[in-house]
Structures are given as C-alpha cells and as structure tokens.
Design a protein around this ligand. Structure first.
Ligand SMILES: C[S@@+](CC[C@H](N)C(=O)[O-])C[C@H]1O[C@@H](n2cnc3c(N)ncnc32)[C@H](O)[C@@H]1O
Ligand code: SF4
Length: 453
C-alpha cells in the first residue's frame, strides 16, 4: 500500500452511482412533462425486451445508527406502516396510468431505512398491490434489505413466498466498542440466526454489509469482523468505505468524535486487510467495495462485462427504466433522473394531490450520455474505450487530467482503451473524476462529497 499515493489522491469525490451525480443535476430541475415523456419512451423501448426495475424506499427504523447516511425516519410507532404503503401504491398507480400498457417487472428491490420494519402482512399487501397492475418478466428477481435485529422467521418466509430469493443484512462491525459508538448493538448470534434461517428457507443469495473506517475500528477488530463474516459464508459482501458526511446528515453522525475515526492511511489499511482476508476465503473483488463468491451472479456478470451500477450499487441486471417509489427514491429512465420529495409529509401530500412527487431531476444531454457510459465502464469493468463518442478535444482534455494518474502507474492507455491497473483500483473514483465534465465545469462546493479513499 503506497501511503504517499493515498495522501495525494484522498480528496472529496463522488461515488458515481449516477452520472451526472446528484449535486450536478440541472439547477432548474426537470419539467414534470419531460420526466413523464422520457419514462414512457424508455418503457416503450424496453418493457417487452428486458422489463423494468422497481426500487421501493421503506424509510422507517426503530433506532438511529449514528453513522447512517441513508434517508430514514426513526420511530417505534408501527401505525405509520399502512398509510405509508397506501401512498406508495397510489404513486405506483400514477406511474401505471402513464405507462398505459402493463409493465413487466424484472427486478424489485426494497431498500431503506429498514424494509423489515414492516409487518409480514403489510409487506404482502405492498407486493400484491404492485402486481395488481403488473406482470413478472422472466428471471424476475426480488431482493430486500433487512436489519438482523428486526427480521423474523415469519418475515423471511413471507418475503420468500412472495418471490424473493435474495436478501442483504446490515452488519457493519461486530466489535462491541465500535457498535456502542455507532449506536448499533447486534450480536453475532442474532446475525447467524437470520443468516441460517434464510439459507434454510431457500434464499439463494445472501449479502452482508460491512463498513471500514468506523470509529474505534482497529486491525484486530476488523480481523474479528471478517472472520465472523466468513464463518457465515454470505454469497456477497459489500465492504463500504465509511462516508463521513455530517454536513448532510446533521446530528445523525455526531454520536462520536472525529478524532475517534481511523486516519486516512489507517483506514485504507483496514480495507486492504479485509480484502486479503476475503481473498484468502475465496471471495472475488467486484468493481469497487464489493466481493462475491465465484458462483454468484455478480461475479458471472463481471466476467461477461455485464456488470451494471445504479443508485443501489452494483447489479447483475440492467434495465433501461428503473422507477423509484417512496420518499427520497431516485428514478432513472436512462434519458433522465428524478428524485422524490425527501420527507414523508411532502411526499404524501403530493401523491394525495395526484401528482408524481418529484422535487428535482435532470434531463441528460448527449454529452452526459457519453460520459455516463465511460464512467459506468470504469466503475464496472475497470476499463473504457476511447472511441465511445468523445471528440478529439475532449479526449485530449481528459488525457491531460489523467496524466498524473498515468505517471503514477495507476492507469494506462493501450490501443483504443484506457485500462485501470490493479494498483489503481482503489483510485477508480479519482480516475472517473477526470471524465466528469460537470464536476470540472462547475467547480462545486466540494463539501458535498465524501473522501475518495
Ligand atoms: C439502508 S442500510 C441497510 C438496511 C438496514 N437498515 C440495516 O441497517 O441493517 C444500507 C447500508 O448502507 C450502509 N451505510 C449507511 N450509512 C453509511 C455510511 N455513512 N457510510 C458507508 N456506508 C453506509 C450500511 O452498510 C447499511 O447496511
Ligand atoms: S443503518 Fe439501517 S437501521 Fe440504522 S439508521 Fe440507517 S437505515 Fe436505519
């Protein structure tokens, strides 16, 4: 691990779950009619051939984890479940009215917050409500995020019966000191219970989320967390870099002192250590921050250059249209992005008025579409082809910006390709930033992004 390179390149930068990244969407937003038009266009172009994806945001959690950067609402009142799901289904109906024909759903993902905050009965109402106006596309996939402390056998069975074969659990770290600092106490036994139950019920892909860079993490604590994770043999592991963004999340991330966080070299060391332990256990690194067993579809997709990246991270499936339902959800029609209102109240109010609850969005220009392709290629395949739409001047400008990374032996050009070296993998966000014309043109308030390493 080269400490100087880490110091040099550890700067604020996007994670590229979209291009343009959200802070660079058009300031004037997107016209609702334009959004509907691109949604319908994308739907007509892809519903019969590949189907559509649905992301449903279920924001409630019973207790606040002080590291969390997700859009959530903390409450113990379960009476919020039914009205919220009613609104989500109303929103779905608004979309179905626009699409006219019955959508064929290739993929549903329930994200959060904590989807398993909701009772089995309410989750059934939600999924059945969605399929009242839609059909399943072949190889339909249904996945959800569960909190190990709040996932019962009944919920696991119900979601399986509704068609889910894939789930992911937030683990973060097993060390008691770290767990106390992040206000998330959960035992190995509890995780083992939901993990083993999932396998027994028949889930074919189980994923665990871990984070490096959390307060009080040490080499010893990471070794222990990875050892326990390997013992449960999840099919996929997300090993996220802790994104410290308290200016966005307010007091939510202030449950510990910044001095308690591992410093940049230490933080990267924790990633490299975890990565080696996962390699030793037979896991393969996928794109950035992700690992899978060789038999998992994510690895197969990577081998066949079919890996895709969207707001949910890496995916083995790509659909042109992804509709996001629920507060704060982001939809992607390939030609445009749109984000829903970020509070339950404003979201509900708009849906009840019969309007799509969008508060901002972005219509992609031709240039955006070209740059998006390059950034997706780099994030997913660690290489891209120069002849994908770039004119000579833009290509030369990008090459100039890449020169330092080329000199540092992190990336190289070969024939018509730009290829990331193994050593350059951890700097892939920096490499993408050389292509990010919107970031370069707009000189942002860089406080909007977490650090790249
Ligand atoms: C919506 S949460 C997971 C579902 C469920 N609420 C739970 O916590 O188990 C999705 C994942 O995002 C990751 N995450 C949340 N905040 C993060 C942050 N500040 N930096 C890095 N990863 C974060 C965590 O690993 C978390 O498991
Ligand atoms: S990590 Fe999960 S459970 Fe904790 S606050 Fe965030 S979304 Fe809720």
């Amino acid at each position: 691990m080269n400490k100087q390179l880490i110091q040099k390149y550890n700067i604020p930068g996007p994670r590229y779950t979209s291009y343009p990244t959200v802070p660079f969407w058009n300031k004037e937003g997107i016209d609702l009619e334009d959004w509907k038009k691109t949604t319908l266009q994308s739907f007509n172009e892809s519903n019969d051939t590949e189907g559509i994806s649905l992301y449903i945001h279920l924001p409630f959690c019973e207790s606040l984890c002080t590291f969390c950067a997700c859009h959530k609402r903390i409450t113990k009142r379960h009476s919020v479940e039914e009205p919220y799901l009613e609104t989500v289904l109303k929103e779905w109906n608004l979309y179905c009215d626009i699409l006219i024909k019955r959508p064929k759903i290739r993929e549903i993902h329930l994200g959060g917050g904590t989807p398993t905050f909701f009772s089995s009965e309410n989750l059934t109402t939600l999924i059945n409500g969605i399929f009242k106006r839609a059909d399943k596309f072949e190889n339909f996939e249904f996945s959800y995020e569960g909190h190990p402390n709040h996932t019962s056998e009944e919920q696991l069975q119900t979601l399986y019966d509704l068609g889910s074969r894939r789930n992911s659990f937030g683990i973060q770290d097993y060390d008691p000191i770290v767990q106390k600092a992040i206000h998330r106490i959960q035992s190995f036994e509890q995780v083992k219970k939901v993990n083993d139950l999932s396998k027994k019920i028949g889930y074919t892909s189980i994923s665990h989320d871990l984070i490096f860079g959390l307060p009080f993490q040490t080499e010893t604590s990471i070794r222990d967390t990875i050892k326990k994770t390997i013992a449960l043999k999840p099919d996929r592991i997300a090993y996220y870099s802790y994104a410290h963004v308290p200016w966005i999340k307010g007091v939510g991330q202030r449950g510990f002192d910044e001095n308690n966080l591992p410093k940049e070299n230490e933080k990267r060391h924790l990633y490299e250590l975890g990565k080696q332990l996962l390699f030793d256990a037979g896991y393969i690194e996928i794109g950035m921050d992700h690992f899978s067993l060789p038999i998992d579809s994510l690895h197969k997709a990577m081998k066949n250059n079919k890996l895709h990246r969207n707001f949910m991270g890496y995916s083995a499936q790509k659909t042109k249209l992804m509709i996001g339902l629920g507060m704060s959800s982001i939809s992607d029609s390939w030609y445009a992005f749109a984000q829903n209102e970020k509070t339950v109240e404003t979201y509900t109010q708009k849906v009840n008025e019969g309007i799509l609850p969008i508060f901002r969005g972005h219509l992609l220009t031709n240039e955006d579409l070209i740059i998006r392709k390059h950034i997706l290629n780099l994030m997913c395949n660690l290489e891209t082809e120069w002849n994908l739409g770039l004119d000579k001047t833009t290509k030369n400008q990008i090459l100039n910006r890449l020169q330092e990374l080329i000199d540092d032996d992190l990336v190289y050009t070969f024939k018509n390709k730009l290829i990331v070296k193994e050593k350059g993998r951890m700097f892939v966000r920096n490499i993408c930033m050389a292509f990010d014309l919107r970031l370069i043109e707009n000189k942002p308030d860089i406080k909007v992004f977490s650090m790249t390493i």
